[in-house]
Design a protein around this ligand. Structure first.
Ligand code: M6R
Length: 614
């Protein structure tokens, strides 16, 4: 969702900004723009609807000189995606340019007040209000830019990361954040800005992660100064980013999503490294060691998350309840935050988020914190807002996920939840030693089984071709595989735009069976576990209604293979670990169907990678 890039230094800013925007394309956007302070002292703004490549074509015959600039990819919230609403926005004097990620909640009131003072607006955006307000304060009060930004931001309600250029001061960029991420990169006599570190790492590994209500003053030949809205100095350490370019490039794959699907064996090895110890026969999570009493004595766990992370939470619930004997609730963060939940200091809230920036999850954390709960974060993006807002947590360590459809983050989240359940169950003595040891050995074997599974890629591609025609899909699973069915359906709808629903298999006859006919393919996870016989009956019921069945089956299965129209074999594993394998063919099915339909797999329409607005 909206990407910010900034540059001030000795290079030509334009290529740095364009490359930076391309690195942020994965976040999802519908228009792009750039503002440059050119060599002859002009403030030039170029913006277009569409992709960064459209912006490049548009600017190809224009003046793109200058060593200072800001650039933006916009994901429309207020006002349709077009070149007028695209950022940067210019103040009424023509002197200031702003880019913004987030939402100004009280923009309508502020806009009305400014209009009453005779200020005209060009766009329908909330962002333009911000730049006009800053300019109004500056010109009316004769303040410098920093003071004007401070005064304006004190009047603003909402979430934002912003960067501002001033035509009359080509040696400065001012940036600020509240509830939207912003990173300052520090190079040799040059500075960078990014919504995350990906546009920066090519040039420097030294960054400052801004905190809420920080304003960074970036000046040529000076150290970055960080102050708050009242001009108090904020101290920040310069952090070294542990991210390399190979991690954010496609590495020979046609899409990031496919690369990330295939990375999963290695990702899980990284996720378990030093945590699942087969030689020592233990599972160690430092967050559990450091907060043993708090976690052992939890009255209840509440898992909060959105989308795919919520699906991982549903699997986490079963793992924790089965092995730790602690009740678990799983809530959509967006519902939880407005639900007046009954929570107290005996509750532990587990917040799951790939990006670590999801606005609803962050707000839910703040609410739970206020009510005394202890917060455990499970995130991927290192240094993002959620890990910084929680009391403790475990990173999933699967590397940057660029494809908008989450794949490796899901299996990473489920792996961390499995480790958490096992480590806690051991402490609480709620798991038998035999089962604990078998689970450790089996968890350790999962990456190799994933490799075996990924070898069926060509077969899954073939199956996908056959089913590209469908307009609706049903996904069924039970027990640990019910959230897998939900996740499979979400993957398909996100990237192929085919309507898909996930259901617990036994619920089929309570409604969805009415939809089943020869036009509706049904994907059934029918592995040989305790509920196998029950799922077999569901398949009979589907076949009796002439629908085609794609079954995910255990390798040695004969019965389902004979009943299904197509099947994908899963290597054997313990029941609670099946989601780590069963999800992979569903990710591939969705991927290949979307490719067959010619869809933009990595940047599906209307979707954003990190949902930083409500
Ligand atoms: O970064 P988060 O895990 O907090 O994101 C939550 C959802 O927005 C995310 O999982 C979304 O549903 C994905 N597009 C799923 O593929």
């Amino acid at each position: 969702m909206c990407g910010i890039v900034g540059y001030l230094g000795k290079r030509n800013a334009y290529p740095v900004l364009i490359k930076g925007l391309k690195r942020l394309e994965y976040r999802g956007y519908d228009s792009a723009g750039v503002a440059l302070l050119t060599e002859n002292g002009d403030l030039r703004v170029y913006k277009t609807k569409g992709k960064v490549s459209d912006l490049e074509s548009f600017a190809s015959d224009k003046d793109t000189t200058g060593c200072v600039g800001i650039a933006h990819t916009r994901w429309a919230t207020h006002g349709e995606p077009n070149s007028t609403n695209a950022h940067p926005h210019i103040s009424y004097t023509g002197n200031l340019a702003i880019i913004h990620n987030g939402i100004i909640e009280n923009y309508a009131v502020l806009k009305k007040q400014l209009q009453e003072k005779g200020i005209e607006f060009k766009s329908n955006t909330d962002t333009e209000v911000l730049v006009q307000l800053i300019e109004y304060v500056r010109t009316r009060k004769n303040f410098d830019l920093l003071t004007s930004v401070q005064v304006a931001l004190r009047a603003v309600i909402g979430a934002y990361a912003i960067a501002i250029l001033d035509k009359d001061d080509p040696d400065q960029i001012i940036a600020a954040r509240k509830s939207s991420p912003l990173v300052v990169g520090i190079g040799e006599e040059e500075f960078f800005l990014g919504s995350d570190a990906s546009p920066i790492i090519e040039y420097t590994d030294k960054v400052i992660y801004l905190d809420d209500k920080d304003i960074a003053v970036i000046r040529r030949n000076k150290e970055v100064e960080v102050v708050d809205f009242h001009n108090a100095k904020m101290n920040h350490d310069i952090t070294k980013v542990e991210l390399n370019l190979a991690q954010i490039e496609k590495g020979g794959f046609p899409h990031f999503m496919l690369k990330e699907i295939f990375e999963q064996p290695d990702c899980l090895r990284d996720c378990m490294r030093g945590r699942v110890n087969v030689d020592a026969n233990n599972v160690v999570l430092s967050a559990i060691i450091d907060n043993k009493e708090r976690l052992m004595n939890a009255r209840r766990f509440i898992i909060i998350a959105c989308g795919t992370s919520w699906h991982a939470g549903l699997i986490g619930k079963q793992l924790i309840e089965n092995y730790c004997q602690i009740p678990v609730e799983v809530e959509y963060a967006s519902e939880f935050r407005y639900s007046n939940p009954v929570i107290n200091e005996k509750d532990v809230v587990i917040a799951i988020s790939q990006s670590g920036e999801t606005a609803d999850t962050l707000a839910a954390i703040e609410l739970a914190k206020k009510r005394g709960a202890f917060i455990y974060g499970i995130c991927n993006a290192i240094g993002s807002s959620i890990p910084r807002a929680t009391h403790t947590g475990s990173y999933i360590h699967v590397g940057p996920e660029i494809g908008v459809a989450s794949t490796k983050a899901f299996t990473g989240q489920v792996t961390v939840l499995t480790m958490l359940a096992l480590a806690l169950a051991k402490e609480r003595n709620t798991i038998s030693n035999e089962e604990y040891l078998s689970l450790i050995a089996e968890l350790d074997a999962i990456p190799n089984k994933m490799v075996e599974l990924l070898e069926q890629g060509e077969k899954i591609k073939e199956i996908s071709r056959i089913f590209t025609y469908a307009r609706n899909f049903l996904y069924l699973g039970r027990g640990y595989n019910y959230p897998v069915a939900l996740e499979g359906a979400l993957k398909l709808k996100e990237i192929s735009y085919i309507h898909a629903e996930g259901y617990p298999a036994a619920e089929m006859k309570h409604g969805p069976i009415a939809l089943i006919d020869e036009e509706m393919p049904v994907v059934v996870i029918a592995t040989k576990n305790v509920l196998y016989e029950k799922v077999l009956s569901n398949i009979q019921e589907i076949k009796a209604r002439h629908a085609r069945v794609i079954a995910i089956v255990s390798k040695d299965d004969v019965t389902v293979k004979n009943m299904a129209d197509a099947y994908i074999e899963l290597p054997h594993t313990m029941e609670c670990l099946e989601p780590l394998l069963a999800t992979i063919p569903l990710q591939m099915l969705a991927y290949y169907i979307a490719v067959c339909k010619g869809k933009d797999v990595d940047q599906p329409r209307n979707l954003a990678k990190s949902v930083t607005v409500e």
